[in-house]
Design a protein around this ligand. Structure first.
Ligand SMILES: Cc1cc2nc3c(=O)[nH]c(=O)nc-3n(C[C@H](O)[C@H](O)[C@H](O)COP(=O)(O)OP(=O)(O)OC[C@H]3O[C@@H](n4cnc5c(N)ncnc54)[C@H](O)[C@@H]3O)c2cc1C
Length: 479
């Protein structure tokens, strides 16, 4: 008789190397059944957004072809997770289920349900770490409490040993996959319709190469070409100096410890490595916050912000979403987001500041738009990023820090290269006016083919006045 198989459930760990759960499953020497479940109800309104589904499709396609090449098969199931697992356990007579942990509340509740289900069948249920460098509850302050401030958290992480990544034996994996001889019914990826059709708004996404190999290549290129300049140039959106690994990290196509090891190994000094590793630890910190404060997704971390007099203004919100605010750096960022499903970090901060401070629109509206449009949409980083800018998060930007888009643009995109790339109406506008086209007179508008009000909008708000209004509202909170 065949040995009882192990069920291996791929989640946000769509990779074969440095996958602790997969390595442990192989160690058992048992046949392996590997699968992914598309549970579209997970987290209800936090089900994956449209851009994220695009990435998921391509990442699963890559993983599936990789497993095929090893003589195995990635089974695909759509539906409610526990119902699918229940059926799978019965059909395969599996002795164990292995998977990697996740940290949003809906994932944790689901994992508990799965554990219980396994208990009912006497199936060994094992959860593994691997999505983060450290499990959130292992990094605590001296009083045993979670950190609320980044710098001491970062120092604590630096004092930990980060174990090196572990490679996987493809020969062992191939053998374990081949040892499961039964045929199971699997969905076809195309049936899930994860890709947009009419219209296909994702045409510009073809700059991305989802999947483990794409992630490894991007990391290698980054440490070879960019990391030395990362600290000085990471804030300039036209330079494309950052690693662009965020979606790969979100889907677990690469583990943070693979990044940690590669960066440490490749950099000549700690000083070169640290600014980049610090960003990886910001991701850890966001997960630390989400783990201990699950309401981070919807509610302000600082309670008093529940009283903030947010405004509902659909017209402004739509102008912001479409990149038609009349502030060039904002419009460039929002159009970059729409075109390629990603936006540079500095610009994320500037567009978020305009939305929550000058327009006084609730940060949750921005969070939801990003959730739907970012290929790297991530529950922890997105919520923490928005709360940070809004001033209501842990260790957040102070409320009085309101970015002036024109000044930010002058500082970080002085020649307007980023703006001209994403806002073609402004291509002929000279540097002098590119950050604030409303300072052109009517003749200049004609001359540079950019008449405000017809070719490009006038600013939707007065920056000075809206800044004063926001500050007054913030002052009220602090009374
Ligand atoms: C309003 C707002 C919303 C955001 N939403 C998301 C999101 O949904 N998903 C997401 O991954 N990041 C989010 N970020 C964080 C950051 O903007 C992106 O991680 C970064 O721009 C991704 O580009 P990169 O991979 O080139 O970053 P790099 O500069 O190369 O950094 C390397 C990695 O470190 C992590 N990282 C970098 N900056 C941050 C940060 N500020 N907070 C947490 N982790 C960070 C990311 O995993 C990133 O891939 C948001 C930031 C803001 C201000």
């Amino acid at each position: 008789m065949d040995k009882q198989p192990i069920l291996f459930w791929f989640r946000n760990d769509l990779r074969l190397s440095d996958n602790s759960a997969l390595n442990a499953a192989l160690q058992t020497g048992r046949p392996l059944v590997v699968f992914y479940i598309y549970d579209s109800n997970l987290g209800s309104r936090w089900s994956r957004g449209s851009a994220s589904l695009w990435w998921l499709h391509h990442s699963l396609k890559y993983l599936s072809s990789k497993l095929d090449s090893l003589g195995g098969r990635l089974y695909l199931f759509k539906g409610e997770t526990t119902a699918i697992l229940d059926e799978l356990i019965k059909k395969t007579d599996a002795s164990a289920l292995f998977f990697a942990r996740q940290y949003a509340q809906w994932d944790r509740l689901l994992e508990d349900k799965v554990q219980k289900l396994c208990g009912d069948y006497a199936v060994d249920c094992r959860r593994f770490a691997g999505y983060l460098l450290n499990e959130p509850d292992t990094v605590l302050n001296k009083s045993g409490q979670p950190y609320k401030v980044f710098t001491p958290y970062w120092r604590a992480v630096l004092s930990f040993d980060i174990p090196p990544p572990k490679n996987l034996s493809t020969a062992k994996l191939s053998k374990a996959l081949g040892a499961f001889s039964k045929k199971l019914r699997s969905d076809k990826l195309a049936e899930w319709k994860l890709l947009p059709r009419k219209p296909n708004w994702a045409r510009g996404f073809d700059i991305w190469v989802p999947g483990e190999q794409g992630a490894k290549d991007l990391l290698s290129g980054f440490v070879k070409q960019n990391i030395n300049r990362y600290e000085k140039e990471r804030d300039f959106p036209a330079y494309d100096m950052t690693s662009q690994l965020s979606a790969h990290l979100h889907f677990g196509e690469l583990s943070p410890r693979q990044i940690w090891a590669k960066v440490k190994q490749s950099c000549e000094s700690e000083d070169i490595a640290a600014p980049y590793l610090r960003q990886i630890v910001w991701r850890e910190f966001s997960y630390h916050l989400l783990y201990f404060w699950p309401s981070l997704l919807d509610e302000p971390f600082k309670d008093k912000f529940a009283e903030f007099p947010w405004k509902k203004n659909k017209k402004w919100l739509i102008s912001w979403q479409k990149g038609l605010t009349g502030f060039p750096i904002i419009d460039a960022g929002m159009r970059q987001l729409w075109a390629i499903g990603w936006m540079h970090n500095r610009v994320r901060m500037i567009v978020a500041s305009l939305l929550v401070k000058n327009l006084m629109i609730p940060w949750q509206e921005g969070e939801r738009w990003f959730w739907d449009t970012l290929v790297d949409a991530d529950p922890a980083n997105n919520a923490a990023g928005w709360q940070w800018v809004a001033g209501c998060g842990a260790d957040a930007a102070p409320y009085f820090r309101i970015f002036n888009p024109a000044r930010q643009s002058l500082k970080f995109d002085a020649e307007g290269d980023y703006i001209r790339k994403w806002v073609p109406e402004l291509r002929q506008v000279p540097d002098k006016y590119i950050h604030e086209p409303s300072t052109m007179n009517p003749e200049q508008m004609e001359q540079y083919n950019c008449v405000l009000g017809s070719d490009y909008p006038y600013p939707i708000v007065d920056l000075g006045e809206s800044r004063e209004n926001a500050l007054a509202a913030y002052h009220m909170l602090n009374k």
